[in-house]
Design a protein around this ligand. Structure first.
Ligand code: BGC
Length: 470
């Protein structure tokens, strides 16, 4: 899940959304479920019991069995929280071709768990992940990709979700991570230029929301990248215009958008607890630090996403004031022994910021399997003003991309590319200020289980996993 840049946690609401106990046996059948559609909710996370992806739970359980003692126990706790299910190909919808089950299989499992909600990621645009290589998709604009996206992917999802037996499930959808942000900053890359000039990303996103939100029990959150990508006015302002244009072209209007999600599969903190963007250190504001914030207006996700929401709910084509924010906290915890506990006393800006920020990355533009990261805040409803929820969209332990070229074959069935931002010996490019990638070694292809990363993410979780916490 690449980011690219320009030029580059809390009070819990009354009703946290909790995961159900996994039922050891089939105590209750989906046929027994009352088929009444839920009334539409402003915040679908309130009072929700989210599905725990049975395949992810199996991966976490297997991971825990490979460890011992406290770490093993902490790993098991991860499986108690819901993660989103990625519909990252047509086969992910139908099942087969390496997917243990398709969308209907997950929805059936959700009913069996007596969940009343499920998180899905809609992620299969033609020319997907146009500025990177690790998560390139199966569809291509030049090969009828937009039509196939509509008919073979979105319509297939629609035909499953709309079945009456799923009417009691709140289907919360994250719409196409990284796609619209790439149209702002990466049109110099051929595949993104094609996505932009053909209109395929905009039309694809509009079709996805128009179609899927015509079902009463679905909720759509549009991906808005993250602060370290879209935070500068040169990116932020055209992005607001683009998001409004996308909204205006949705069948039924932009009220079909329930909110926006930032930091999907990224590592950016919700807040920087020990400093502010405009705090002066040695005569210079924190946000001016070259090679780190580079005069970004927003040094954290809360600041960025809140400003974006404000801009989107004003002026022409304004979104409704009811739109809410989501934050992917699956890997933005930055705990462990290297986490600062207070602001540095240094008077030199660079020394101060690097000793004070909780984000231990080498550069904000780094995104592949970041060394030192930890799981962040647990999924919860109403964590802060204007936030509908903190969610775990990227399932912790699933790779961002391989650290070396893995040819198509058993270790790379979908023919994923090799992006050197996932290669620990790569020295970077203009998008990350020519810094080292900061990626962990020996990573499998995107989406596959990466045990060494999972170990780190659990060890560096913030808050740390405590026995009995869930
Ligand atoms: C990959 C997907 C995967 C998702 C969640 C993405 O980076 O491209 O295949 O399902 O991450 O791990």
């Amino acid at each position: 899940m690449p980011i690219r840049r320009r030029t580059f946690l809390k009070s819990m609401g009354a009703s946290a959304f909790a995961a159900p106990l996994l039922l050891p046996a089939r105590l209750w059948s989906s046929q027994d479920r009352p088929q009444q559609p839920d009334r539409r909710l402003e915040n679908p996370f309130v009072g929700a019991t989210f599905y725990r992806n049975v395949d992810y739970v199996a991966a976490v359980t297997a991971a825990a069995q490979r460890q011992e003692g406290r770490l093993s126990q902490q790993m098991r706790l991860v499986a108690n929280y819901p993660t989103f299910v990625w519909m990252d190909s047509i086969a992910a919808v139908t099942g087969g071709n390496g997917y243990p089950r398709g969308l209907a299989g997950h929805l059936d499992q959700a009913l069996e768990q007596r969940a009343n909600a499920i998180g899905l990621v809609i992620y299969n645009l033609p020319n997907r992940d146009c500025a990177a290589l690790a998560s390139n998709g199966e569809l291509h604009i030049a090969r009828n990709g937009l039509n196939r996206y509509r008919t073979d992917y979105i319509d297939a999802i629609f035909n499953i979700i709309r079945q009456p037996r799923y009417a009691g499930l709140r289907v919360v959808m994250v719409i196409e991570p990284d796609s619209l942000p790439n149209l702002i900053t990466n049109r110099n890359v051929g595949s993104c230029r094609e996505a932009s000039e053909s209109g395929a990303y905009v039309e694809g996103v509009q079709y996805a929301i128009s179609t899927l939100r015509s079902i009463n029990n679905t909720y759509a959150y549009v991906d808005v990248g993250h602060a370290g990508w879209m935070g500068w006015p040169a990116n932020f302002n055209p992005f607001v215009d683009l998001l409004k244009r996308v909204g205006a072209g949705i069948r039924g209007g932009n009220s079909k958008v329930d909110g926006f999600i930032s930091n999907t599969a990224n590592y950016n903190p919700f807040t920087e607890p020990y400093m502010t963007a405009n705090q002066m250190i040695g005569g210079q504001p924190v946000r001016s630090l070259q090679g780190w914030y580079d005069w970004n207006d927003h040094i954290d996700e809360q600041s960025y996403a809140t400003a974006l929401r404000t801009a989107l709910t004003r002026g022409n084509n304004a979104y409704s004031a009811s739109v809410g924010l989501l934050l992917d906290t699956s890997r933005n915890g930055w705990g462990g022994p290297n986490r600062p506990a207070r602001a540095s006393a240094a008077n030199d800006l660079r020394t101060f910021v690097r000793a004070t920020t909780i984000d231990r990355r080498i550069h904000k533009g780094n995104w592949g399997n970041q060394d030192g990261a930890g799981i962040g805040a647990r999924p919860v409803a109403n964590p802060a003003a204007n936030y509908h929820a903190f969610v775990w969209v990227k399932p912790p332990g699933e790779s961002d991309g391989s650290s070396r070229l893995i040819p198509t074959g058993p270790e790379n069935p979908l023919g994923r590319g090799f992006d050197r931002m996932c290669d620990p010996i790569y020295r970077g490019n203009a998008l990350n200020g020519n810094n080292a990638s900061g990626a962990l070694p020996d990573a499998p292809v995107a989406g596959r289980w990466f045990q060494a990363q999972f170990v780190q993410l659990v060890q560096n979780a913030f808050p740390a996993f405590e026995p009995g916490e869930n």
